[in-house]
Design a protein around this ligand. Structure first.
Ligand code: ADP
Ligand code: ZN
Length: 205
């Protein structure tokens, strides 16, 4: 199964992806995670990407597309894959269309007020787990024991810029995939499990 998770920052793509990757047994490909890994390792791509990410801007298409292209060539992607955070622009979607055919695009739909609340209290772990300050008071991840951190781009002024980039550049993908008959909506205002159940019922169709 070839799947795309679409949605604004904070919609819950990452949380759903962690659950879906186990259930569907396909690799979870997150461009955000790939960039953060490059930043951590101090690579050239990482240094370049960070200069955009810290400003709440999208990393330019050319670099982003190259990363995904080479990842999709790995043998574990033959049985399918789940893209989280890619494509994020029309040119990225067009590039992806040239590489392969996608089965489902799940758009996780969340109200802006909910998104703002989530992003301002988000705690992240290197393993992909995500927590919120209002409901989680430990400093270590309950999945892997890793130390939780606030992402550099989860500062308030950066959050607003990321939402702006979403509106301008990513939201048009909803119509792009709708016109191809591939778009399915899942409401993401509620709990992680509620959203997960909706996604599963879409995939069963
Ligand atoms: P979120 O969805 O919460 O914003 P991500 O981890 O998906 O978090 O992305 C973090 C940042 O990484 C983005 O704000 C952007 O700068 C960069 N990024 C991730 N994916 C892409 C992409 N497909 N195209 C351009 N930039 C990207
Ligand atoms: Zn963890």
């Amino acid at each position: 199964m070839k799947l795309i998770l679409l949605g604004a920052p904070g919609a819950g793509k990452g949380s759903q992806a962690v659950k879906l990757t186990t259930t569907l047994n396909v690799p979870h490909i997150s461009t955000g995670d790939a960039f953060r890994m490059n930043i951590k390792n101090g690579t050239e791509i990482g240094i370049y990407a960070k200069s955009f990410m810290d400003k709440g801007l999208l990393v330019p298409d050319e670099v982003t597309i190259k990363i995904v292209e080479s990842r999709l060539q790995q043998p574990d992607c033959e049985k399918g894959f789940m893209l989280d955070g890619f494509p994020r622009s029309i040119p990225q979607a067009e590039a992806l269309d040239k590489i392969t055919d996608i089965d489902f695009v799940i758009n996780i739909d969340v109200d802006l007020a909910v998104i703002l609340k989530r992003l301002t209290g988000r705690l992240s772990c290197g393993c992909g787990a995500i927590f919120h300050k209002s409901t989680y008071s430990e400093s270590a991840c309950d999945k892997c024991g890793g130390t939780l951190f606030t992402r550099d781009d989860d500062k308030e002024e950066t959050i607003l810029k990321r939402l702006d980039a979403y509106k301008q550049t990513t939201e048009p993908l909803i119509d792009y995939y709708k016109s191809k008959g591939k778009l399915f909506n899942a409401r993401g205002n509620g709990s992680i499990d509620e959203c997960f159940e909706q996604i599963l019922s879409i995939l069963k169709k």
